[in-house]
Design a protein around this ligand. Structure first.
Ligand SMILES: [Zn+2]
Length: 425
């Protein structure tokens, strides 16, 4: 329990909605880990509280990464010459198999967690590998940072190399239950989440059993949907009972009304699938850099937002190469411009306000009242120092934020708070 009440002084920027970024040169107040709002002057009720002075610095809510693969971090920035299915076979599966070796897992996850801690992200949903021991080690390391994460042990029992295939659906479920129980008993900041890799590598028996676990243990579920055209065709052949890829998840019990399901990518949804995801309160993790790197395509995010679908951003390491989620915001704007110019001129490009919203409050909603400085939200904040991006002209706060979105690096993060507690960088 953190009883500390304090204010951060600086240029506070946050989203209430997708259309506008609120900008207040003043104070954001935290009480017992909960944000009490943003003010130009400290209200009387908070007279005398500790003020941490970051005047002239930008203060924003922590960023939310809804989709990334921690074990793929070692090959980030390499192997971009293939499309999804060949990329998995050539680069991903051989790398993920190394996490059977705890010495390798420790070495790789130490590097990942160090960089992740230094990034502007405060909360994330993360894929591990099929290996319980290595995934729990990752969770222990993340737990110690104070950041809030949901981490999954991957399930896959078909259509993958023998060296990375679980021996049966039953064994996969048995291991998953053991994983959930251990994680819940030992961690507070890091929760278990179900992560079937995707329908092609998960048998019907496995998917149906995971759907039951979701209900029984009140778990969130995180997977991939409609990323690549060859993948979609493959699912059609594997699931003749289903009208679409989305419907295949629905029929196997992966979707429910809980608002605790994330589907990454959603590049080629049909209208019926869009309606299904909306009715099931599914969060779409938009991963624009990954979609470009693997030549998957461009997801029509403007349309999704207009339609009221829930959308957040994902770095999708290591198909995406940047751990810094500002990069995903810039990529989202850039790819939406290409979609508008080349595919559908009725879908206007995404705005700075919209991508900032998706990377904070939009994705944050998956974790509850997260991703804004409105009263009642969890106090996750990032203080940014952009002094090292030198410039001869005077910039407005909004221009400074835009510049950090396009040019920012982990070095621009001065410090960050999660639930009102400082994350040591
Ligand atoms: Zn992914």
């Amino acid at each position: 329990m953190n009883n500390k009440t304090f204010a951060l002084k600086g240029i506070c920027m946050y989203s209430k909605n997708q259309q506008m970024i609120e900008i207040v040169d003043g104070y954001v107040i935290s009480e017992n880990g909960i944000c009490q709002g943003v003010y130009e002057n400290i209200p009387q009720a908070f007279d005398g509280i500790t003020v941490l002075d970051y005047s002239e610095k930008l203060i924003i809510p922590g960023l939310i990464d809804l989709h990334l693969h921690a074990p793929q971090y070692p090959f980030r920035g390499t192997g971009m010459d293939l499309e999804l299915l060949e990329w998995l076979d050539t680069y991903t599966f051989p790398e993920e198999s190394k996490y059977a070796d705890m010495e390798y897992a420790k070495k790789a996850y130490t590097i990942f967690v160090k960089d992740f801690k230094n990034s502007p992200t405060t909360r994330a949903c993360i894929f591990g590998t099929i290996h319980n021991e290595a995934t729990l080690l990752l969770m222990k390391m993340l737990e110690d940072t104070g950041m809030k994460t949901m981490v999954g042990k991957v399930n896959m029992d078909r259509n993958c190399p023998d060296y990375l295939k679980e021996e049966s659906a039953e064994k996969s479920i048995e291991d998953t239950i053991e994983f959930i129980k251990y994680a819940r008993k030992n961690f507070v900041n890091t929760e278990p989440i179900l992560t079937p890799r995707f329908i092609p590598t998960c048998s019907d028996d496995l998917m149906v059993s995971l759907g039951k676990l979701k209900e029984q243990y009140h778990l969130a579920l995180h997977s991939h949907l409609s990323e690549n055209k060859a993948e979609i065709e493959w699912v059609k052949g594997l699931c003749p009972d289903s009208e679409s890829y989305g419907d295949a998840y629905e029929k196997r019990g992966s979707l429910d009304q809980s608002g605790k399901t994330i589907m990454a990518h959603c590049v080629y949804l049909t209208e019926a699938e869009e309606n299904l995801l909306k009715s099931r309160n599914v969060y779409i993790a938009h991963c624009p850099e990954s979609n470009m790197n693997l030549a998957s395509g461009i997801a029509p995010i403007s349309r999704f937002l207009k339609k009221g679908l829930k959308v957040g951003l994902g770095s999708d390491l290591a198909a995406g190469s940047f751990i810094n989620l500002f990069h995903a915001m810039a990529s989202a704007i850039q790819s939406s411009k290409l979609y508008w110019r080349l595919v559908d001129e009725t879908d206007a490009p995404l705005t700075l306000e919209e991508v900032f919203y998706m990377g904070t409050k939009g994705g944050g909603a998956f974790f509850g009242n997260v991703g804004s400085f409105e009263k009642g939200f969890q106090m996750d904040a990032v203080v940014l120092n952009d002094d090292n991006i030198e410039c001869s002209k005077t910039l407005t706060p909004k221009e400074r934020l835009e510049r950090i979105i396009y040019l920012g690096k982990n070095e621009n993060v001065l410090l960050k708070y999660v639930d009102g507690k400082i994350v040591k960088i």
